[in-house]
Each structure stands twice: as C-alpha cells, then as structure tokens.
Design a protein around this ligand. Structure first.
Ligand code: MRU
Length: 335
C-alpha cells in the first residue's frame, strides 16, 4: 500500500502548521507557528525532526519571517536564519536549506518568492525520497529481515522517507520483507514514530529495544541494516541517531550489509571525515526519564549525545537520489 498520506508540515493561511511529533503515537495534534521563533522552538524540542524535515521547516521559518514586519526584508531574513541555525547543529539539511533561502533573498526574492522557494524545497524532497526508494529497493532481497533505527519516514522528510522510503518502495513492488525497528533510546523515535508509520501502511514490523539488535542478528532475524543520516562527510563517514554505529559494528560481526539512505543535501563535502561533524548533546533529562517517568536517581551523571558517527569502512553503500554510492566515497560522493 502506498503512498503514506502523512503531512508533518504544511504552509496554511500564513502559518507553518506542524504535526507535533512529541505527542505521537497517542495524539495527533497540529501546531500553527505564526513566528519564526515558534518554528525554532519546534525544531529544538523535536516537535518537528529528521534531517530533511528540519531543513524544510527552517525554509518555511524564513518565509514566515519574510512575511512579518519590522526592519528590512534582508534584515528579517538574516536574523531568522541566524536563529534557525542555532537550533540543532548536526543535520546538514538545516544549513543547506538556509543557504538556499539566504541566496534567494540576496538575489532580491520578495516574500512570496521566498515562500515559493520553501515550497520547492519541500516538494523536491518528496521526489528525492521516491528516487532514493527506487534505487534502494534493489538492495533488499526478497523476504529479507530489514533492521532500522530512529525514524526516517514521512515524519522525517517531505515524502515517503529515506531508509523507510527504501523499505516502502521494496514492499510496494512485492517484496515480502519484515522490518525490525529498534526503539531508539532515549526519545523512542523508532517505537513511537517508525512503528506508527509502518503499522499505518500495513508493512510487517517488529519492535525491539536497541539492546536486542545483536540477538536478532545472531538468530538470523536480520539480513541487512539500513539507516538514515544527519550528515555525511566527504569520505563517507556518517552521523546518524545514537545507536547507529553500534548496529554497523554488529552488522559487520554478523556478516550483514549495512546501508545508509540519504539525500545529497545531507552530504557535507566541506568536511574531510566524520571527526569534523558537530555532534549535538542534549539535556540530561532525556536520559534520566523514560517516556516522561523518572528512571534514574535524581542527579545521576549523564552523557547524552544525540548522534554517533559510523566510519565509512562499515558502510556497504550510500543510497542517494542519484543512485547507490560505493567506496571509495570520496570519489563517488564528489562526482
Ligand atoms: O533527533 P532526530 O529525531 O531528528 O534524529 C533523526 C535521525 O537520526 C534520522 O535518522 C535522520 O535525521 C535521517 S531522517 C530521514
């Protein structure tokens, strides 16, 4: 069954309307943002999340600022871009979308044209997801067990998703695959969001905690792993949701291919390797509690990086809208 009709962000009546992902899967509430500050808060608090969708939200945030009053258009756009750049450091797509909006503004785009640019970024991402899905589907053997992490679907993009787009495309052409969705501690994007999307689409999926991944592989339940990306360095080193690196190491140990699926707007050719990727660290409260209930002694020391870096040598292929890139990534990604 396809396509999924989930629309996590829309421009409506001069507002950016966001599906509040912190409330899913229990409540589907839409939050109208009237000011760029509200969009920035929604990105920071993960009401809107996933690298491509963060970029789309930021583009709409610039359109909102352009349509507001006070100062010149250029000043409003520049200060909105500065605010949005400060929200989350790792997703390359955020900076890519803002660079695109800023250059349109510098070329003299009026507010309506800036909105048009944001809509174009949104719509292009839907097409990008379709292409990623089609290229990636060829990598999934018939009936495979496909392990994934975090949420890389319609809730994370402007379309059907990246890694989840690949899964959706393979399923749509008759692959009787089964998904193993890692719950994704600490904020449970896999449990809350990926399972919600897959169950809506009727794609067979089983939820496991992150710590069960090795056992699933050892028992032959997974044939491959596919994950998304927040930023890919020139050499193919890839930052993605915390826990991705562990899956890649486990996959190598069990002789399983580990793939990344991401748009070219996630690739940062200015960074030579993953050690240069800025990794967001988030509030300790996210680890001290589980789904809102305290789960550790108050004051416990916490380390809470939101992302980790998987070295390119563990990645069997990077699926982009231009095709499946192989090693050496410095050559395939640059060309
Ligand atoms: O912290 P999040 O929920 O924004 O993290 C999202 C991820 O890590 C995704 O895997 C990544 O952004 C790719 S989304 C297509």
């Amino acid at each position: 069954m396809r396509p999924s009709a989930i629309r996590p962000i829309e421009w409506a009546d001069g507002n950016v309307v966001i599906l509040d992902q912190t409330l899913l899967p229990h409540r589907e509430e839409h939050l109208p943002c009237r000011r760029v500050e509200e969009v920035a808060e929604a990105i920071r608090s993960l009401r809107v999340r996933g690298a491509p969708l963060i970029g789309i939200a930021a583009a709409y945030g610039i359109a909102l600022a352009a349509h507001s009053s006070g100062g010149s258009l250029q000043e409003r756009v520049r200060s909105a871009a500065k605010l949005l750049q400060s929200t989350r450091p790792t997703a390359r797509n955020l900076f890519w979308a803002l660079e695109r909006m800023l250059s349109a503004a510098e070329e003299g785009a009026r507010p309506e044209e800036l909105l048009g640019e944001a809509v174009a970024i949104h719509e292009e991402d839907a097409q990008t997801c379709r292409s990623i899905g089609e290229h990636g589907a060829t990598l999934i053997p018939q009936g495979a067990g496909v392990m994934t992490i975090c949420n890389t679907g319609s809730l994370a993009t402007g379309g059907e998703g990246t890694a989840l787009g690949v899964i959706r495309s393979a399923y749509a052409v008759g692959n009787s695959l089964r998904v193993l969705a890692c719950e994704t501690r600490p904020l449970l994007q896999g449990a809350r969001l990926t399972m919600w999307e897959l169950m809506r689409d009727g794609i067979p999926a089983t939820l496991v905690t992150d710590g069960m991944a090795g056992t699933c592989m050892a028992r032959g339940m997974a044939d491959l792993v596919i994950a998304g990306a927040d930023r890919i360095a020139r050499n193919g080193d890839t930052a993605n949701k915390i826990g991705t690196y562990s899956l890649a190491v486990l996959a190598r140990h069990h002789g399983l291919p580990f793939y990344i699926a991401a748009p070219m707007s996630t690739v940062d050719l200015s960074l030579a390797s993953g050690s240069e990727i800025p990794i967001e660290e988030r509030d300790s409260d996210e680890v001290l509690a589980f789904a809102g209930a305290k789960s550790a002694p108050p004051g416990a020391a916490v380390f809470n990086p939101a992302f980790d870096v998987t070295p390119a040598e563990l990645i069997a292929g990077i699926v982009t809208e231009r095709g499946v890139m192989g090693a050496p990534y410095a050559e395939s990604l640059s060309s």
